[in-house]
Design a protein around this ligand. Sequence first.
Ligand SMILES: CC(C)(COP(=O)(O)OP(=O)(O)OC[C@H]1O[C@@H](n2cnc3c(N)ncnc32)[C@H](O)[C@@H]1OP(=O)(O)O)[C@@H](O)C(=O)NCCC(=O)NCCS
Length: 175
Amino acid sequence: MPAPVPDDLAESFQPVVGTAVTLRPLRPDDVDIESAFVRGLSPDTRHNRLLGGTIAITREYLERLTSIDYSRDMALAATMMLEREILIGVARYVRDADGAEAEFAIVVADTWHGRGIGKRLLERLATIARKRGVRQLYGDVLAVNRPMLGLVTKLGFTLSRNPDDPALTRATLML
Ligand SMILES: CC(C)(COP(=O)(O)OP(=O)(O)OC[C@H]1O[C@@H](n2cnc3c(N)ncnc32)[C@H](O)[C@@H]1OP(=O)(O)O)[C@@H](O)C(=O)NCCC(=O)NCCS
């Protein structure tokens, strides 16, 4: 029996302009809004999120993205109600085997870049990680990805060169 979705972690906030944004754990029944979100990402945004790699967007892939083992891992969705709920960002972490460290990733829909949503999502992810016993959050960022390097620097992450791949910068936050 999987751990239940921790719906008590949901919160809403008002971005500088526009409709309220809710941050909440992603749920298995979010496959359709996740599909629209992922398919709507620009090639540049997808390239940055996948660190230069590619992936086929299949039903199986989308189900994997939305089926989270909340006893270990976390996926936070930023959503907004327009005519219906839409997904505009996701930040997630996956714990390493010993559970003390976790690798994070984040992506915000292109239309919503530059409105503080990535910052809010990553701050909230780090707060939840800390509360749930993660001691270190880390993630790789393309060394040319200035927006993401700007965001993690602002949030106090330490940057280092990934020794295995000079195209990547490792961002680490001690919690
Ligand atoms: C990186 C990303 C998540 C930022 O999300 P966002 O919602 O646009 O970022 P925010 O508006 O919250 O900006 C927060 C901070 O990030 C930095 N930042 C954001 N956009 C920037 C840009 N174009 N250039 C430089 N710094 C930038 C700034 O420090 C900014 O703070 P400020 O607005 O007070 O100056 C978003 O650009 C994205 O989804 N990129 C593609 C996916 C990706 O690169 N993921 C990282 C690898 S996992």
